[in-house]
Write a protein that binds this ligand. Structure first.
Ligand code: PRP
Length: 206
């Protein structure tokens, strides 16, 4: 595992670096292009987490793909690490999805309630087809059965941040997917301010 000499405070290790993310995004884009070669496709990115993933996925599609981009914003009620299961629509799509080939673009699927909510919401609006593309999967956390057409990477059972994913709105801007230090999650805050040592395997000693 490659790691920078210093990781941001609160980050324990890099789980997937930018080249692993790019390879996964390319694979996912190839799958979408294979299944929808001739029709217009609407990628609906789920804000805020899927902001960068949606942008990279759109650019990884073959240039001849007729791709459009829209966004929807939802939020789960709950605290920073646990969702309560209630999903709230914060921002709807700007265009109608009726008669269109829609791909929901999610950064992560955990308990599955967010994606199930979105599939039901958009499915009722008569799209020509409805698919779901998720970068990070935590299959062992699923509480509801949800069909996912394209899955990029399987995440370990740790709190992952970066590349759009946050902890209390922090870390979204990291260019990699990283594991949050357990103490940050346990204590609900950022770890001690003193400099820490990054070990050769990418882990850091606090
Ligand atoms: C995260 C993530 C997914 C959802 C997945 O969103 O971006 O949308 O949780 O969790 P689930 O499968 O357990 O429902 P969050 O509500 O944290 O909002 P954000 O994207 O703005 O960070």
């Amino acid at each position: 595992m490659r790691a920078p000499s210093e990781l941001p405070r609160g980050i324990a290790a890099i789980e997937f670096d930018s080249s692993q993310i790019s390879a996964a995004v390319l694979r996912l884009a190839a799958g979408i292009a294979r299944d929808l070669p001739a029709e217009p496709v609407v990628l609906i990115g789920v804000l805020k987490g899927a902001l960068f993933f949606t942008a990279d996925l759109a650019r990884a599609l073959p240039t001849e793909t007729d791709a459009r981009i829209d966004f929807i914003a939802v939020s789960s009620y709950g605290n920073a690490t646990r969702s309560s299961g209630e999903v709230r629509l914060l921002k709807d799509t700007s265009e109608s999805v009726e008669g269109k080939n829609v791909v929901i673009v999610e950064d992560i699927i955990d308990n599955g309630l967010t994606l199930r909510y979105l599939q039901e919401l958009l499915g009722h609006r008569k799209p020509a087809s409805l698919r779901s593309c998720v970068l990070l999967d935590k299959p062992y956390r699923r509480q509801v059965d949800v069909k996912v057409d394209y899955i990029g990477l399987t995440a370990p059972d740790t709190f992952i941040v970066g590349y759009g994913l946050d902890y209390q709105e922090k870390y979204r801007n990291l260019p990699y997917l990283a594991r949050l230090h357990d103490r940050v999650v346990e204590e609900g805050g950022v770890v001690a301010p003193e400099a820490s040592t990054v070990l050769s395997d990418g882990h850091r000693r606090e």
